[in-house]
Design a protein around this ligand. Sequence first.
Ligand code: SAH
Length: 307
Amino acid sequence: MTARVWFALNIREPETRHTADISDDVSVILDDFAPVAVEDLQPLPLPPGGLWDPTFPPIPEPPPSSLAWRVFFASADDRSRAAGALRTSFPGLSLVEEDVDDEDWATRSQRGLTAITAGRVIVAPPWAVPASVPPDHTLVVIEPSHGFGTGHHASTRLCLRALSTMDVSGLRVLDLGTGSGVLAMAAALRGAARVVAVDVDADAIAAARASQALNAGPSSVTWIVADYRDTPLLPALAGGWDVVLANLTAGMLCSSAARIRAFIAPAGVLIASGFDESECADVLDALDVRPEQLLKEDGWVGLTARR
Ligand code: SAH
């Protein structure tokens, strides 16, 4: 069997021509030709002072830079038609066709990811591990792959920020919808005594296990492939969990609110995200919990609550 080839178009805007951000206009043109993926060849640089902490304003605006993308198409025909349309609208762009073997383009498309800091947790892909970590910070290395949760989504960062404000040492932590395992590993590395992480997606759990191997220490995580809503075997600790993490969606939080609430120990804490400000009241209502803290970022909410 021959390996699949993806039809890539490398689009570069010469520095000398860069006056305004053309990425939106280029995207609109590309959309007509069903691009499969876009790889940014010019990832955001880290600021000179070190890691960019999105939790502390002012958030530095990325410096204006010229566009450099590799766009993947499913057919050579889509690619050449896209190139033709771009040439008409943006005659100054450099357009170079490249055939890319299937092997690892999904991974390569994430190669531009850098480390992020959320509260006192730094999440880094293996190629961007910071040389030093402040003593009160925790580094979690995540190999970006199948599971959601590289720290590049506000909902993950909100959970990490909430987790950072707590002392979880010695506590029992349940992570519902663990994705990449980032929250579970952060809790384990910050001293939780026992962490159980659940995801319905077996590929996500496999990726989380692989990332665990990159992190010294978090051996206390138990990974489970399950739907937390209807898995009676989910290790329900008598008395509940000290900390329940649930970065899901408003719909999921509301429809399984009673189950989630039942996991929380009477004196336990829920950290939840994955919903926006307009959904917050419904989520609080359904969960029937007492909010202690509501963090916000990019319109997303990070809730810390008690029963
Ligand atoms: N905890 C990570 C990932 C959140 S994405 C982070 O904070 O970044 C939500 C995850 O929940 C996805 O990986 C999805 O597969 C999982 N999920 C959704 N519904 C689920 C369910 N009913 N049972 C278990 N996992 C579920």
